[in-house]
Design a binder for this molecule. Structure first.
Ligand SMILES: Nc1ncnc2c1ncn2[C@@H]1O[C@H](COP(=O)(O)OP(=O)(O)OP(=O)(O)O)[C@@H](O)[C@H]1O
Ligand SMILES: [Mg+2]
Length: 372
């Protein structure tokens, strides 16, 4: 019996990263091109489960391939403290050590050929702490022809906002001084937009923006077929097409559907249309529990009422009609509309209309009206 190659969990790299080659190549080019290349500051935006964290992982892989150092962080409370008292000092300690004695710690990594460098890291304290530490490290790296990539996930987080602003200011200085530093961040589209229009950072506003869209049909099929065949099983054309269609190109669903169709009969040689159909049903249940329910639980009651009113429609919902169903005026409903957009639950489709961002959410809401 063969193990499923699919990885239906957030932040975990899939067996095949489909449909993102052009973006990955651009990030690689930016690292090769030296300071000033636009992709040296990259901002990935996209809905939940579209593959933002995986793209940060990929940027890190591109950096490591080029013997760059990597620090990967999340924009939660205490970000600056963690950088100046943990991540950067650890990096410095590793640079001083020879490769053999190096200890692996999470979030920080160093290429094997670097090490044994003599230098002192400036103290973390004081307003200039982060800046002088980054300067000290990049100065050590420059003669080796490498640099430092800093990745920042969940950049839109409210708790991290002040720290993100300060970090961006420091990174911007380093860019101006043409230091070997690269920066990649990721977040939900509307929340990031919110962040960009607040005066947090002109730097982030100028970053190369990668809007991650659902995968094309061809890429979705590839993302399902290649892992299956590489893991030693087969899947026919009709089964593959049925599976890919059910994912709407949404990467998290690709992994879920892939995993579930695999699990129907892992001992059999081929994945059949029947396996796929059963797998889709299981994946839809699973996406309900692991994505829709937690996302909806984070909402206020009124937000949820808005969502329930929307679920009555077959496709996109007219705001005017939602207002009517809720018995509220347009202004009232507009406020909740904006909040749900920032939360990444719905998105505007055209003037006066919105739709759900994540596949099968409407069906989930309909099926769980009482519980929500
Ligand atoms: N290009 C891709 N091809 C196939 N699968 C992918 C691709 N990108 C991401 N995935 C898979 O999709 C799922 C979600 O990816 P990821 O965690 O990166 O999403 P995210 O956008 O960071 O989500 P969130 O907003 O919740 O943090 C994971 O299971 C991952 O393996
Ligand atoms: Mg993520």
């Amino acid at each position: 019996m063969k193990r499923s190659p699919f990885r239906p969990s957030f932040g975990t790299n899939p067996p095949l990263i489909a449909g993102r080659d052009a973006i990955v190549a651009e990030i690689g080019d930016a690292l090769d091109s030296g300071p000033g290349a636009p992709g040296r500051a990259a901002l990935f935006t996209g809905n939940r489960g579209i593959g933002k964290t995986v793209m940060l992982n990929e940027a890190e892989a591109q950096a490591r391939e080029r013997s760059w150092l990597v620090v990967s962080e999340t924009a939660t409370r205490g970000l600056l403290d963690r950088l100046t008292t943990e991540a950067l000092p650890e990096l410095a300690a590793q640079l001083r050590q020879g490769p053999a004695r190096r200890r692996r710690i999470s979030g920080v990594s160093l290429p094997a050929n670097l090490g044994g460098i003599e230098f002192d890291l400036p103290p973390a304290e004081g307003p200039g702490g982060l800046r002088s530490q980054l300067n000290a490290i990049t100065e050590q790296l420059e003669p080796h022809g490498t640099g430092l990539l800093l990745t920042l996930d969940e950049v839109h987080s409210r708790q991290g906002r002040d720290d993100v602003a300060q970090l961006c200011a420091v990174v911007q200085h380093a860019f101006r001084e043409e230091r070997p530093l690269a920066f990649a961040a990721a977040g939900l589209p509307a929340a990031v937009q919110d962040l960009l229009t607040s005066d947090v950072s002109t730097f982030l506003r100028r970053a190369r923006r990668f809007v991650l869209e659902p995968l094309s049909e061809v890429a979705s099929e590839e993302a399902l077929r290649v892992p299956v065949t590489q893991a030693g099983r087969r899947i026919g054309e009709e089964a593959l097409r049925t599976a890919a269609e059910a994912t709407y190109g949404y990467p998290f669903l690709i992994q879920l559907v892939g995993d579930q169709m695999w699990r129907q009969d892992p001992g059999s040689r081929s994945i059949t249309v029947e396996h796929v159909r059963a797998g889709i049903r299981a994946a839809r249940r699973e996406v309900g529990f692991s994505v829709h329910e937690p996302a909806l639980n984070d909402l206020s009651e009124v937000d949820r009422d808005f969502v329930k009113a929307m679920a009555e429609d077959v496709g996109e919902s007219s705001i005017a009609q939602v207002a009517e169903r809720l018995g509220r005026d347009h202004g009232y409903v507009s406020r909740y509309r904006s909040r749900l957009i920032v939360a990444g639950i719905i998105e505007p489709t055209r003037r006066g209309y919105v739709d759900f961002t994540i596949p099968y959410m409407r069906e989930f809401v309909r099926a769980n009206l009482e519980r929500l």
